[in-house]
Write a protein that binds this ligand. Structure first.
Ligand code: FES
Length: 389
């Protein structure tokens, strides 16, 4: 152990001969800090030290368990949408809160564990320090570095405390796994696995293999008749097939416009309406929010996410906001029993711009129901749509 003058700044050689603790104390002294108490909190390997170590490790293990619970819930929970009338709705409703609780607990326990190291493991120190201005001198930086390293040494984290290190590693690893799970999880399911019948290319409005047309239903599953809608109103409808109410691309807005209201019909979509009834996809062509705020007087429907507006009187083309494509129109009619049906699936992509990159062509060729659409050309304003017989 070397000795150091209490007031002079030691030379580089003198500092090279000092122990880590001496450098730490020197740094304190030169900064005008008086270390009233400084040293390990417990005797090495004493029962008190082991008890403190277990108490800290407990928080890290709790953090790791919470992160594991988050991962299991994210991967295994039956989180598919359940409508409000279902007896399993609570399962769906619990999914997001459980993710929040477990991830929050993992972060909280890790934080408490780190704070516990400072309170229970790090060296006990009572110091009185004078404030100073300006940058630190070279000897200050060196002694501060030594002080930090000495603190680390005295915690024993470098050489001992296997339980603490393992539990900290477990907590950090669990939290890191939970953080990367969400972005990676979405890549595991292969949307192309069903080829031309992939849900990316068809919607539940597609008629059944035997030609049965899909009825329009309300959210509770009841079929829709023309008399269910008042003039000037809008109803959100779903395909009347299993899973139709929960499919992400199936929600449709059914409008009943005023009789003789001037309407433009997009080229190739004559007869898609049933009299004054028009059905358009509810999925915004910008980034897929549900469009639903309808102003009857102007015939405009608004997307609340980024304020795109679509003119229902003009083929649902965008007239304001970031959306660039019209809302796809669903061809509708009424069956023998007086219920609305979809005559066939949409003839253009539903939702945002993912589709535009394909231009109607897929890795296996052009899909029969998703062909490139010509730029819409509208007939002169004021032309009424053709009525279905
Ligand atoms: S998602 Fe509708 S405007 Fe952006």
């Amino acid at each position: 152990m070397s000795t150091v003058d209490k007031t002079a700044v030691p030379t580089g050689d003198e500092m090279a001969g000092m122990t880590q603790e001496e450098l730490a104390r020197l740094g304190a002294r030169l900064d005008g800090v008086e270390l009233v108490e400084y040293g390990p909190r417990f005797e090495a390997d004493s029962p008190a030290e082991k008890r403190a170590e277990r108490q800290v490790a407990k928080w890290f293990l709790l953090s790791a368990a919470s992160a594991l619970a988050f991962i299991l819930i994210f991967v295994m929970w039956p989180a598919g949408y359940q409508d409000p009338f279902s007896s399993r709705q609570w399962i769906y409703a619990l999914f997001t809160p459980l993710l929040g609780i477990t991830l929050g607990a993992a972060i909280l326990c890790l934080g408490i564990g780190v704070m516990s190291i400072a309170r229970r493991i790090a060296p006990h120190e009572i110091a009185v320090q004078q404030r100073h201005v300006g940058p630190s001198a070279d000897h200050d930086r060196r002694t501060l570095g030594a002080e930090l390293m000495d603190t680390l040494d005295k915690t024993g984290l470098k050489t001992r405390r296997g339980v603490l290190k393992s539990s900290l590693l477990l907590a950090g690893g669990g939290l890191a796994s939970a953080a990367i799970l969400a972005p990676i999880g979405g890549l595991i399911r292969n949307p192309w696995a069903q080829g031309k019948d992939s849900e990316l290319w068809v919607t539940p409005w597609k008629p059944a293999a035997d030609g049965t047309l899909v009825r329009l239903t309300m959210q509770d599953g009841s079929f829709v008749r023309p008399e269910d809608l008042a003039t000037g109103s809008l109803m959100t409808v779903f395909p009347g097939v299993p899973g139709g109410a929960t499919a992400s691309d199936a929600a449709v807005m059914l409008f009943r416009l005023r009789p003789n209201e001037p309407i433009r019909v997009r080229t190739g979509q004559d007869g898609f309406n049933y009299g004054e009834f028009f059905a358009f996809s509810k999925i915004c062509t910008h980034v897929g929010c549900p469009v639903s705020l309808y102003e009857d007087q102007t015939g405009r429907v608004l997307c609340p996410c980024h304020q795109s507006q679509f003119d229902i009187h003009d083929g649902a083309k965008p007239v304001f906001g970031p959306a660039t494509r019209p809302l796809p129109q669903l061809p509708i009619s009424v069956d023998q029993e007086g219920y609305f049906v979809a005559v066939h699936d949409f003839i253009e992509p539903v939702g945002p711009g993912f589709w535009e990159s394909f231009q109607g062509s897929t890795p296996w060729g052009s899909h029969p129901e998703v062909q490139p659409q010509p730029k819409p050309v509208f007939p002169p304003f004021g032309q009424l749509p053709k009525e279905n017989p």
